[in-house]
Ligand binder design. Structure first.
Ligand code: ZN
Length: 248
């Protein structure tokens, strides 16, 4: 009886024992603090440096900012992952602060020994461009080369699950692949845990902006992201948390 109950709990909480870092892009007060946001911080190996953070984009009508959107998606995803048993560490839980800088964002996931980290963004692309794309790190500037392969696997899962909920792939970056690898993102370069970025849609496009404004579509996106996290962690799970931690 007890064994049956334990199996049932394990099935209901497939992410029990895992830690996920959710990094909602930008912050609501970044634009009002240019000196803090523009200062250069470490952003990769070889002395690579970049601005602390940026203001992010917004819809053409100015009604929805990227920072507000990404926090809302992150919260929806947090609830879903916690329901699956994961411990979720959030970069921020409000939209009225400044930063943190990209290096501090990476440090949050590293300190938490997260099994996965996800940076959530929406793009400011050409007004006639649409769709999502996922970004995985390239080896060139990463501080821990061992994250490149698992990060790419996570990125592919994200693409598959966003495809699966019917989100369209980016029409202006990646040649229809919906996935690119970059070496210029400090949040990826400085991560010591597998990490990917997602650009959920193009906020400058009117149709994408409408989609991002709808609660049911935000929830659908959070569902797709949660599925990607769950599939990556349950399938490609390291043999034990202890084993993974020792390698760091
Ligand atoms: Zn962004």
């Amino acid at each position: 009886m007890i064994a049956t109950a334990l199996v049932a709990v394990a099935a209901a909480l497939p992410l029990a024992g895992t830690t996920v870092h959710l990094d909602a892009g930008h912050n609501g007060a970044n634009g009002a603090h240019p000196a803090q946001i523009n200062r250069q911080v470490p952003a990769g190996t070889g002395g690579y440096r970049k601005a602390c953070d940026t203001t992010g984009t917004q819809t053409g009508d100015g009604r929805l900012t990227e920072s507000r959107l990404t926090l809302d998606i992150a919260r929806r995803l947090q609830r879903r992952l916690e329901r699956l048993g994961a411990r979720v560490v959030m970069t921020r839980t409000s939209d009225d602060g400044v930063g943190p800088c990209v290096n501090a964002r990476a440090a949050i996931g590293n300190r938490a020994h997260a099994d996965l980290a996800l940076s959530i963004h929406a793009d400011g692309g050409p007004v006639d461009g649409r769709g999502f794309h996922v970004i995985a790190p390239l080896a060139a500037r990463v501080v821990r080369p061992a994250i490149v392969a698992p990060s790419l696997r996570f990125a592919r899962q994200l693409r598959a699950r966003l495809d699966g909920i019917g989100l369209r792939r980016c029409t202006y970056i990646g040649g229809g692949a919906g996935l690119v690898q970059r070496s210029d993102l400090g949040g990826l370069n400085l991560s010591r845990v597998p990490k990917a970025f997602v650009e959920l849609a193009n906020m400058r496009n009117a149709a994408d902006a409408r989609l991002l404004g709808r609660t049911r579509d935000r929830d659908r996106i959070a569902l797709g992201l949660a599925r990607a996290v769950a599939r990556t962690l349950v399938r490609g799970a390291p043999p034990s948390r202890g084993g993974a931690a020792q390698k760091r």
